[in-house]
Design a protein around this ligand. Sequence first.
Ligand SMILES: [Zn+2]
Length: 499
Amino acid sequence: MPDVVRKIIALSILIIGAGLLWAGGRSSNDAAAAKNEMDSTIAQARERVAADDPRLKGAYRYERGGWVYVHLEGAPGNIGFQHGFLLATEIQDAYAAVSAGMMHSTKRDWPFFRQVAREMLWPKLDPEYQQELQGITEGLHARTGSPLDVYDIVALNSFEEVPDYYVPWLNKREKLANAPNLKSSGNCSAFVATGSWTKDGQIVIAHNNWASYMNGERWRIIFDIQPARGYRILMDGFPGVIASDDDFGINSDGLMVTETTITQFEGWNPNGIPEFMRARKALQYAGSIDEYTRIMLDGNNGGYANDWLLGDRKTGEIAQLELGLKAYKLWRTKDGVFAGSNWARDPRVLKEDTPEFEPNNLATSPNARRVRWEELLNENKGKIDVALAQRMLGDHVDTFQKKEEANERALCGHVDTSARGVPQWAYTPFYPGGAVQGKATDSTMTKEMRLTARVGHPCGEDFLAKPFLAAHPDYAWEEPYLRDMKAGPWTEFRSGDNR
Ligand SMILES: [Zn+2]
């Protein structure tokens, strides 16, 4: 008897058995409890059958330091299935929060995002990534019976590019009256350093992710991906999303990658390839700064426009790829440092892609942090290592007020404490967002496929949802999704770790 038939029979027996239990001699008061018991029995049976699925071979998960680590391997469909199955709970939870946020900010309904996913994004994806996304959907369904289909998952994957890049572009084209105030948001503080700047002359790279706390508290997956084709990847990431998406990752050919977004970027190419696919593909297939740049430029749709900070541990070279849509610029050096805090600097990118950005307004979050990076990196030239990078990510100096204050101008952002918010990103006063986690690594660690990561504010402070919502009723709509964001310890992860 084929395995699959045996499993179906076993599942049927379990379901029938549970049904008899439910029907047999219970009082009507117990009916609901019995029904729950039956549902739970069916769910367990489904899970047991699914757990024997050959597509799960080699995959596993464990939790450490507040992170969920998953090891995924094999063909694209298998990697997706493992992702969907092992992170099913986290994907359903993240989907609920992210989809609510996308609809709230854009005033568009979910069928709109599904249509964008189906008609604009899906056809541009390489078959490999279509298979992986389909696999995520199947793994999720196998584990929980979730009704989400592949277009829901593609829409989830686009959460950093469709609401804040495509929708404002579309609203402008459609001359929509009373269009919501949508702006590409500022995600992250980061740097990459090499040569005489670092303690051992090799590359150090570090990044903290800025996001809404609602989404950011869920950004706590470590993906160890061993694909059938391409390089092995170790990256942080978001449940259900195939790219790191806040973008911190290393690959087995020695590439080190992070980014910060470009504030007040405007533009979209509807015929381009989604950013989430290009970013994943580049981390999987690029073995050099040139290859990385080529993949990111190929079919650039303008989504989630970033200043990419790159390192190649094989050569000790670092680079900054400022990737606008109309213009871009690549800087590279074997002795220097590149920092990012959501500002563009190339004159053409500034003029053509970020026409509203004010590079000289030092009161803004991006520019105040730019000044701080310059101070901090110069003060520590020759001393930079991973331990120091971790401390820098938790820095609270506000260079505009010239004092320490955990606010929207600190490298470790706490926008929830600021009555100013960040108008350049449409962050309203006391917006519950800022630095939500941090990561750092160096050349030696990258050679061994290791990185360090910390959940929560990199300074170690906790964010507590209940008192925040009581003080700021404007954000009451987030109440079903906004949770405490407690800082964890700096924790090391390595490819192939199994506990
Ligand atoms: Zn902080």
